[in-house]
Design a protein around this ligand. Structure first.
Ligand code: FAD
Ligand code: SF4
Ligand code: SF4
Length: 652
């Protein structure tokens, strides 16, 4: 056995805190170590060439690389040793950057720890056996979850490459939050005008099947071969027959909340959410429908000229196979009411959210684009915008920036002046975040051209007085208290993850953060991948984003999917679990805990059943190893023997 040890300096990232020569000296004194050296940048071309040369010149059979996180470069170095002629799985990495140099300031402490980690790595590779991967065929179909602009863009890009896509949307129409916007910053083009053609294109694309009123129920399988149950709600209207004439909606006697218009108005028990909806099909919400509440009505059925109403319609679950999944479930606004009692907590009708204000500004909105105070339908003249409500506010547990609030507030101030020329907008802000192309200029235009008065500071209180709203704050630039008599107050409400995001993430086996936004695999290098192979992220489901960033991320996710599925087959990870069937007692505790359903029962010659790992499903998570009472399952590359050797080396 001839082990090579390579210690990376990572420029000064490691070398400034870890004495790499000392680590090399420690390696040289170890049994089986035939070569040890320090390299300035191991991942660079010269660094990789040095490894290949050493492997070949010294006849190395195993390699330990002490550098950064394996999440960053494990695949890189497996390829490197493979180019040198070694089995790629005979290489192991230890992390002396994130685990040593980046977290310790004392050089002796960091160096001692780096030596320990290196010694443990050497002990582990001693027990390593060569592994080889096999290939599995992939399903050339893609599931996109969420039909906002990100999901639509991802679906179109993937479909254009020739792959069939199923686009699943929870609501009755695709379009997401962008469909609710009036105009978009910084160019002020009409949101519907740029979005509607994309929605129609997605609906008409020969490679896209649209499933609205649908949600993912269960997900089984693995990268390249997912099996997904999709639950389609009963809408009591036949999609094939409904022509979208809206006659039913006109005649329906029962009112219902109007989610699309952010409850600025009321809708009906049967409705089409907006005139450009795709598909243009009505939906009955049973909880508001007289036919279901009282057992009699039937008006929509009587008036529908297409015979599309079907009160007996039942929900159905369809099961389909996909090679990859794009999650694009977007965001919703943070529910500010409980967190901000000082702004009325939702009790004052003339304190509205930014999304409600978008609907008031929109020509296709419930007020036909006329801004009116909800309390008395009067046109407001003094409008106060309060930034960062539920963003950058640790006191309500929302420390992060919504990234679009400053921009859409500037946009709404501009549009307010266009709608009501004799109005005056006031914007309370913490600081202005306008990092995108043309964004800074846009916020300046709001002030210089459209006369919006920007006041730096937080608003302490909003309270009603004589038909107006008194807004009390402090201008922190002048240190003067400010009091404004407002007709309307608009809250730039922060982003929250879409309802049920955590539950969906658990079904998909992907991670999410403390605010339930989906987590990317690496914030810089793998921003659209998740930690589960074959599942990608697009848009605001991963964190607050504007439209250009959502679209860019969607196209990036689509490119990853196309790259993945273009191969036709995938290499499997050989570091999977294996059962010693001679010693298996057949209790199947492993099968109970396996999150990938990768363990099956097989019958032995004497009729007894034992566990067997389905290599193509196993993701090498190791959960079964821990659950097995007689400890007869082990993970290739992480056998008990290897882990014990590693631990013993540490304790020496
Ligand atoms: C008031 C306001 C004004 C804005 N103005 C601008 C602007 O002018 N310019 C700009 O660039 N950005 C603007 N934005 C930001 C913009 O809305 C977002 O960037 C954009 O909507 C993000 O798109 P998305 O597809 O990621 O998410 P979304 O638009 O939220 O779409 C997500 C979709 O997924 C669906 N969904 C959710 N969960 C599920 C599930 N489990 N299963 C199936 N479907 C699901 C939802 O129903 C929705 O249709 C504004 C935001 C606000 C709040
Ligand atoms: S259900 Fe019938 S009445 Fe209602 S929109 Fe569709 S076709 Fe028109
Ligand atoms: S947990 Fe262990 S003993 Fe039980 S079935 Fe699985 S492999 Fe066999």
């Amino acid at each position: 056995m001839r082990i090579g040890v390579f210690i990376c300096q990572c420029g000064t990232n490691i070398a400034a805190t870890v004495d790499t020569e000392k680590v090399v000296a420690a390696a040289q004194s170890m049994r089986d170590v035939a070569h040890a050296e320090t390299l300035q940048y191991t991942c660079s071309d010269p660094g990789q060439r040095a490894i290949i040369e050493a492997v070949q010149a010294k006849g190395l059979t195993r390699v330990v690389i002490a550098a950064c996180s394996p999440r960053m470069h494990e695949a890189t170095f497996r390829r490197t040793v493979s180019r040198g002629g070694m089995n790629p799985y005979m290489m192991d990495m230890v992390n002396i950057r994130e685990h040593c140099s980046w977290i310790h300031s004392d050089m002796d402490v960091a160096t001692d720890k780096a030596v320990d980690l290196m010694r443990m790595g050497v002990a582990r590779v001693r027990g390593q056996a060569p592994l080889s991967s096999s290939t599995v065929p992939v399903t050339g179909r893609v599931l996109v979850i969420g039909g906002g602009i990100a999901g639509i863009q991802a679906a179109l890009d993937i479909a254009d490459s020739g792959l069939p896509v199923t686009l699943v949307e929870r609501g009755p129409s695709i379009g997401g939050n962008m469909a609710r916007l009036d105009k978009t910053f910084p160019t002020l083009d009409c949101s519907s005008c740029i979005l509607t053609p994309r929605m129609v294109e997605a609906n008409q694309h020969e490679n896209i099947s649209l499933m609205v009123n649908s949600e993912v129920d269960q997900v089984r399988g693995y990268i390249g071969n997912f099996e997904v149950d999709i639950r389609k709600r009963a809408t009591c209207v036949s999609e094939d027959k409904c022509t979208g004439c809206m006659l039913c909606m006109e005649k329906c006697p029962n009112r219902a909340p109007d989610e699309f218009n952010a409850d600025v108005s009321l809708s009906r028990a049967i409705s089409i959410p907006f005139p450009q909806a795709v598909p243009m099909v009505a939906t009955i919400r049973k909880e508001y429908c007289r036919q279901f509440i009282k057992g009699k009505c039937g008006i929509c059925k009587k008036v529908c000229p297409a015979g599309a109403i079907d009160y007996e319609q039942e929900e159905r679950v369809v099961t389909e196979r996909f090679g990859a999944i794009v999650v694009a479930t977007g965001y919703e606004l943070f529910d500010w009411r409980e967190a901000y009692p000082d702004y009325g907590g939702g009790q004052y009708p003339d304190v509205v959210t930014s999304l409600q204000y978008e609907r008031m500004l929109s020509a296709s909105g419930p007020t036909g684009g006329q801004v009116k105070r909800p309390s008395d339908n009067e046109e407001p003249k003094n409008i106060v915008f309060i930034s960062c409500v539920g963003s950058r506010d640790e006191s309500v547990g929302r420390p992060f920036c919504c990234s679009v609030g400053c921009m859409y507030t500037a946009k709404q101030a501009i549009l307010t002046k266009e709608h009501i020329p004799d109005s005056q907008s006031y914007v309370f802000y913490i600081d202005i975040r306008a990092g995108g192309k043309g964004y800074e200029e846009f916020t300046r235009r709001a002030q210089r051209e459209f006369g919006a008065i920007y006041l730096r500071g937080r608003v302490g209180k909003v309270y009603p007085k004589g038909g107006k709203l008194m807004v009390m704050g402090t201008d922190t630039l002048s240190s003067e208290p400010v009091e404004i008599e407002a007709d309307l107050v608009v809250l730039a409400t922060g982003f929250a993850a879409s309802k049920g995001a955590a539950g969906l993430a658990r079904k998909l086996n992907i991670s999410y953060d403390q605010y339930e936004f989906m987590s990317e695999s690496h914030p810089k290098l793998r921003p659209v991948e998740t930690n589960t192979g074959g599942i990608f992220l697009a848009g605001a489901c991963q964190g607050p984003k504007d439209i250009p960033d959502s679209v860019a991320q969607a196209s990036a996710a689509a490119a990853k999917v196309i790259g993945l599925l273009s191969k036709g087959e995938l290499e499997t990870n050989p570091m999977v679990a294996a059962v010693d069937q001679r010693r298996c007692t057949g209790c199947f505790k492993c099968r109970d805990v396996c999150p990938y359903s990768a363990i099956e029962a097989v019958e032995l010659w004497d009729g007894s059943e034992v566990a067997s790992v389905i290599d193509s499903l196993c993701q090498g998570c190791g959960v079964c190893n821990v659950a097995c009472p007689p400890a007869v399952i082990s993970l290739k590359g992480y056998t008990d023997k290897q882990l014990l050797a590693e631990t013993m080396e540490l304790l020496r």
